[in-house]
Design a protein around this ligand. Sequence first.
Ligand code: PNW
Length: 485
Amino acid sequence: MPTTRPSGRTFPTDFLWGSATASYQIEGAAAKGGRTASIWDTFSRTPGKVLDGDTGDVASDHYHHVAEDVALMQAIGLQAYRLSIAWPRVQPGGSGEFNEEGIAFYRDLLDRLRAAGIAPVVTLYHWDLPQELEDAGGWTNRETAVAFGEYARRMALELGDRVSLWTTLNEPWCSAYLGYASGVHAPGVTDGAAALAAVHHLNLAHGLAARAIREVLGEDAPVSVTLNLHVTRAASDDPADVDAKAQIDTIANEVFLGPMLEGAYPERVFTDTAAVSDWSFVQDGDLETIRVPLTQLGVNYYSTGRVRAGVPAVGDGGPGPDGHKSSGHSPWVGATEVEFLPQPGPHTAMGWNIEPQGLVDLLLELRDRYPALPLVITENGAAFEDVVEDGRVHDPERIAYVHDHVDAVGEAMAAGADVRGYFVWSLMDNFEWAYGYSKRFGIVHIDYTTGTRTPKDSAAWYAELIRTRTVPAPDALAELVVPGA
Ligand code: PNW
């Protein structure tokens, strides 16, 4: 896949270049240091849920490679690193007692990052819910949101002086709909009503956590949430197709943007989902709790979707970023007359189509809607087959993907979008959820047998981007010097 956009665009000096990971995907040490099971431990150990029976028991073994991994970040020149805290590592039951050893692991990691001049962006929830909370209903239970607020409060107390930006939730769309409707993610529930309750309780959890952080650290404490806003196109301008797109926008995007930023659910979600739920889980005062002024909005972007009015094809593998239909249950709760169409290529190894223009469109829409809200790209990247050769890892397609999407961010900024940073997903190869270790997103290659880390060509290219603040030609690779290697 060649680049489709020009090289050479320059970014402002205060634009933050980073890379992202998530606890369950990289840490391993699933039973060490007092950590108890999360829903992903349970799910991945259930036969048939994750490809090849892979689990996060060892993952990229980051738990035992912290010093080396921070050194790699330094060699690449990262200015920021987005990590997540494993809730069951710091509070094993999800409520009650906290685990000092788990907290110490993150305190040490944050200290190392700061010593290396790397700003830590910390996500409180990247999907590893303590199993004990799931046993009590998980995100269908309002108490989980309350527990999350208390967990956030304690993290702010323990780690607050070390964190540059807090993110409450990563992609609540995935937690709610892949977790409780299509069931392809943990906890693997397939019940539309449960998914809508999860949507609301995740929103509530966000509000309670954001407020707790600000109570501890002050009104100016930097707080964000990361959403995977879906960019969906209507197949034609036929009103029925346009309405199909509006329905997806509502159930995928507006149910989070509305409460978090505008103080209300979109009216049409209640009619679109009337056959599934009466939304009686929304209580008086919840919407006031959920709406919190955010320091930044995190945007994860990978691909686009295309829909028309029609009969949903469930169980066909599905196209685009919703390509998780193999359970035979749709994640699109209430969208009984929306059909997803295959998107033209090129595609990544996930089968997701590559369309940088979708990122431009998304950022410009957010600019228009929330002109005063700074944005940050908290994830963007791609899975491809790497070519390992003579100790080097060649990944020209990943370079082209990042090249084109970074340029897209720059285009949106030139048109007035207030984007403050970009985090490539991911720093290293890791456990790609239901796909296990079969999909590699890293700019650093992981040998899962030996734990050996090898920066890919994309890491050297990204280092050149950070060094020059200018989108390099795809073959411009900086020399990486890994301290202590
Ligand atoms: C995001 N979808 O996951 C997550 O934040 C990361 O943990 C993950 O590794 C990365 O993107 C790559 O997949 C998503 O089906 C998973 O639309 C599924 C979807 C979107 C994002």
